[in-house]
Design a protein around this ligand. Structure first.
Ligand SMILES: Cc1cc2nc3c(=O)[nH]c(=O)nc-3n(C[C@H](O)[C@H](O)[C@H](O)COP(=O)(O)OP(=O)(O)OC[C@H]3O[C@@H](n4cnc5c(N)ncnc54)[C@H](O)[C@@H]3O)c2cc1C
Length: 862
């Protein structure tokens, strides 16, 4: 028996439906186990024709190219009379289908197709062959599956993808203590595979060719046994299949042939409790139309969409019985009408081609046509993305996104090659949505941090990113840098409506965007700047892949399972209170004050929250807010280290999730500490390519080594594809006894991050003071503080007064963006007994100097 874990889907049957579902669940990051009573891709069955709705699903599942390589597109269809001559031809049918849908209709060997699907599954340990499902027990909101050999498996949902004679369907009806319904069977068929024949043209009705095989299907109106098959074959031996080839030749060339009965029909009930049917187990179409497989694939996609919705919208990713019932009901309702229509047109086609009665004979001779079932955009699209958001009250956000897409297009038009637009506005949701909307309109958005950016830095950034639009969240943001932009007439200014405008109740028109992950993962999405205090900031372009580094970090590189040790495991699907700004504030806006955060916590009682350390510190100072903090299961923090006393106070009360990373690398996944009292340490996962390079004493710089198989965890190498080693510039001290545990000690370089996440490069500012004759050395600090501070060491033989230093600061501040200026009172004059500490090479030892002046520094910020 298996232990309880995350939501698990058990799939009975590894045919087209089961394998498609397994791929969809892989994509949706949902656990599953797949059972088949036989072997995968058995060596029977002939070819299978896949229509565009199926091909599109295969495209979304990322194996369109392999399918193309192993299959041939259908080109047309001929109908022949008893003399073998063509009396009607549908030459354009498949071309029209292609022009309507964008995909060919393709024929591929059935065994090859199933094998390909299986080979592409990343973790074969989830697939059990020779595992016949025999019994099913629904108990305690779980499914217990018993195999014929006695093995048992526990899951949350059982999908019966076990074909037309479905055992799961039988068990489902038995569970409901009802008589098992059956399907009607009017026809039987001989299906076979033959070697290529030189005189046989490529396209024949009920004869398909794939790369190197001819498959045939002889439909007969009743069931019959082996003996009858012989009689039938003799009877039709002289029938011409073309003007030159008779059926007997095809038969002699056969490599295999078998009889099958052709059931047809759609069941009215597709689910019970936690059991659901898909593919031929739920509906069966006669084979002439070639729709059965593609329709089964659509079922698989719909079920995966339904499960994904249920998991992502319910608390703790574990839908209860009622939620399961509701999604299965929705699945059935969304599929049953289409399935009935497909079975009907398939049946009509079979009857015509079998000349079943005069009406059918006349219809087929006078107006032969291939069937066409409406190709609906909605059907069979993997929907996590926009569509999942439509559920459960989140329609508002989808609407916001759609209207924002149009609003952007209206204001700034469609993108020219590789151009970009700046967006700057209030700290609201438009920042998030504008990034998604820009992906849809394929234009990258430049997100600037005006508080830490000089005018020349801004201009250089705009030039590097080929910026042609400046979009403000309101007119004051549009005009924010109007004077600087005056010389750049190529940059057009525009203002976006306020957030509430996008929440209006009008119906939003779809802003469609259909692509596979592989097609778009390298698309640039947004550009952020590296620090640009005084010099020019560097633009850092985030591709879609780069921006998902964090999202993927729960999974191991082989995609096999969730890594229980990676720290972010456990927060997905919970309610998170995001108390940090969506984007660094532009104006003199402080972080949300503690009393407001307290009020919010009281009202919404989230499972966890994301805070900057200074906010956590403030919340710990009052009993009420401290208790509210402790009520949360986890606390995420980042941007600066946590105060020691705060960490000690909370570490055993809540789970800490420290967000470590950088603009260049995105987030680094960390392992979950076994002892929470060791919160000062990060447990780095060495498999991710981390290594420590010795710098000085007990200090080591953390570096990251490229590991191609861990790419989705290694943002640094997505951002800088030519690098093999990335140096983080962050200094750590290893734990005395625990391998892989490191404690943050500061930066190797001099980059400071102020509380509100603005960045200041200290040496840029220090240079200004070091040039003064009566100053021996200057050090600027302020990591995790609201503003920078300055420690000045005077030349030993020179006089230096505070006013003199302050007038130098005033001069420097004039050249700085106002938000990172050094406040005049933030100055410490170093005493002769405590000079600035230097490393061997004479460079400043910033960490030790800060230790020496710890008290004075603290006093500056009281
Ligand atoms: C002659 C013929 C030609 C066809 N041609 C086409 C075509 O050209 N294009 C097209 O789209 N469709 C075609 N179809 C239809 C298509 O084959 C089916 O719709 C499709 O195979 C259904 O897939 P499925 O996975 O639901 O079922 P199946 O393919 O039947 O797979 C069911 C799987 O479940 C397994 N299983 C059964 N019972 C158990 C159990 N108790 N425990 C565990 N595993 C079990 C089986 O071993 C099997 O692997 C054709 C059908 C026929 C009969």
């Amino acid at each position: 028996m298996e232990a309880q874990g995350r939501f698990k889907v058990l799939i009975a049957g590894a045919g087209i439906t089961g394998l498609t579902l397994a791929h969809c669940l892989e994509k949706a990051d949902i656990d599953y186990t797949l059972f088949d009573k036989g072997i995968i891709a058995p060596p029977f069955g002939n070819t299978i024709t896949i229509f565009p709705h199926g091909i599109r699903i295969l495209h979304q599942l990322d194996f369109l190219n392999q399918i193309k390589n192993q299959s041939a597109p259908m080109g047309g269809s001929n109908c022949r009379g008893s003399n073998g001559k063509i009396f009607a031809a549908c030459e354009k049918y498949f071309t029209v289908l292609r022009s309507l849908t964008g995909y060919d209709t393709r024929t591929i060997g059935r065994q090859e197709f199933l094998q390909l699907m299986y080979d592409r599954l990343p973790d074969k340990r989830k697939v059990f062959e020779r595992a016949r499902v025999e019994r099913v027990v629904t108990e305690n909101s779980k499914i217990r599956l018993v195999l014929a050999d006695g093995r048992e498996f526990i899951g949350d949902l059982l999908v019966g993808a076990d074909g037309v004679h479905s055992k799961v369907r039988e068990l489902m009806w038995n569970n409901a203590t009802r008589i098992v319904p059956t399907m009607k069977t009017t026809y039987a068929a001989i299906v076979g595979l033959s070697m290529p024949m030189s005189d046989l043209e490529t396209f024949e009705a009920v004869v398909n060719t794939s790369h190197n095989k001819i498959s045939f299907l002889i439909i007969y109106r009743r069931k019959f046994g082996e003996e009858d098959m012989k009689v039938l074959i003799e009877k039709i031996a002289d029938y011409p299949i073309t003007e030159k080839v008779k059926f007997a030749e095809l038969w002699e060339n056969r490599t295999r042939a078998q009889m099958v009965s052709l059931e047809e029909g759609v069941f009215d009930h597709w689910f019970l409790d936690r059991i659901v049917l898909a593919g031929d187990a739920a509906h069966k179409v006669t084979p002439n139309s070639g729709f059965g497989g593609s329709t089964a694939m659509e079922d698989a996609v719909s079920i995966a969409n339904a499960i994904h919705t249920a998991i992502t919208t319910c608390v703790h990713r574990r839908p209860n019985d009622e939620e399961i019932r509701s999604i299965l009901q929705h699945y059935q309702e969304s599929r049953i009408r289409r399935a009935k229509r497909i079975v009907k047109v398939g049946g009509e086609m079979t009857r015509r081609q079998a000349y079943d009665g005069w009406m059918n004979y006349l219809q087929y001779r006078c107006a032969p046509k291939l069937t066409f079932v409406e190709f609906k955009e909605e059907q069979g699209l993997l929907r996590w993305g926009d569509h999942k958001l439509r559920k459960k009250g989140q329609q508002r956000y989808v609407k916001l996104l759609l209207s924002l897409g149009y609003s952007l297009e209206e204001r700034i038009g469609l993108p020219k090659e590789l151009d970009s637009c700046v967006y700057v506005g209030d700290n609201d949701l438009r920042y998030v949505f504008i990034m998604i909307a820009s992906q849809k309109s394929r234009r990258q958005v430049v997100l600037i941090e005006p508080r830490g950016l000089t005018d020349s830095g801004l201009l250089s950034l705009l030039e590097h990113t080929k910026c042609s639009y400046w979009v403000g969240g309101s007119s004051s943001y549009t005009d924010l840098k109007k004077d600087v932009l005056e010389t750049r007439t190529e940059i057009a200014l525009s203002t976006l409506p306020p957030l509430r405008h996008f929440f209006q109740d009008e119906k939003a028109q779809d802003y469609t965007f259909v692509a596979t992950w592989n097609e778009i993962k390298a698309n640039p999405v947004f550009v952020v700047q590296s620090s640009g205090t005084t010099g020019d900031p560097r633009p850092l372009s985030y591709s879609l892949e780069m921006s998902t580094v964090g999202t993927f970090s729960r999974r191991l590189p082989d995609g096999s399972e969730e890594n229980p040790e990676l720290r972010f495991t456990g927060i997905h699907g919970t309610r998170v209170f995001e108390a940090i700004p969506i984007w660094p504030p532009c104006h003199e806006a402080p972080l949300t004050p503690a009393p407001i955060i307290t009020e919010i916590l009281r009202k919404i009682q989230p499972d966890g929250g994301f805070y900057v350390p200074s906010t956590i510190r403030e919340l710990c100072l009052k009993e009420e807010s401290l208790q509210l903090l402790k009520k949360q299961t986890y606390l995420m923090y980042g941007g600066a280290p946590l105060d020691e006393w705060v960490g000690d106070l909370l570490c055993t009360e809540v789970d800490f999730h420290v967000v470590v990373g950088s603009t260049e690398t995105s987030r680094w996944p960390l392992r979950k500490l076994q002892d929470p009292r060791e919160w000062r340490y990060y447990w780095i996962d060495e498999r991710l390519g981390y290594r420590l390079e010795h710098v000085d004493g007990d200090l080591y710089e953390l570096a990251l080594e490229r590991k191609p198989e861990w790419r989705r965890f290694q943002g640094a190498f997505i951002m800088f594809p030519t690098l093999d080693i990335y140096h983080t510039q962050d200094l750590y001290t290893p734990h005395p006894t625990k391998p892989g545990h490191v404690r943050y000690r500061g930066r190797k370089d001099d980059l400071l991050k102020l509380t509100w996440l603005a960045k200041v490069r200290a040496s840029d500012l220090e240079e200004h003071f070091n040039m003064q004759p009566n100053i021996r050395a200057a050090m600027v600090g302020g990591n995790g503080k609201p503003s920078p501070f300055l420690i000045i060491e005077p030349e030993t033989d020179k006089e230096l007064g505070l006013e003199e230093v302050q007038s130098t600061i005033k001069l420097l501040n004039q050249s700085l963006s106002p938000d990172i200026c050094i406040p005049l009172q933030n100055v410490i004059i170093a005493s002769a007994e405590r000079p600035l500490v230097r490393l061997g090479k004479g460079t400043l030892d910033r960490r030790r100097t800060i230790d020496d002046y710890k008290e004075e520094i603290e006093r500056l910020y009281i």
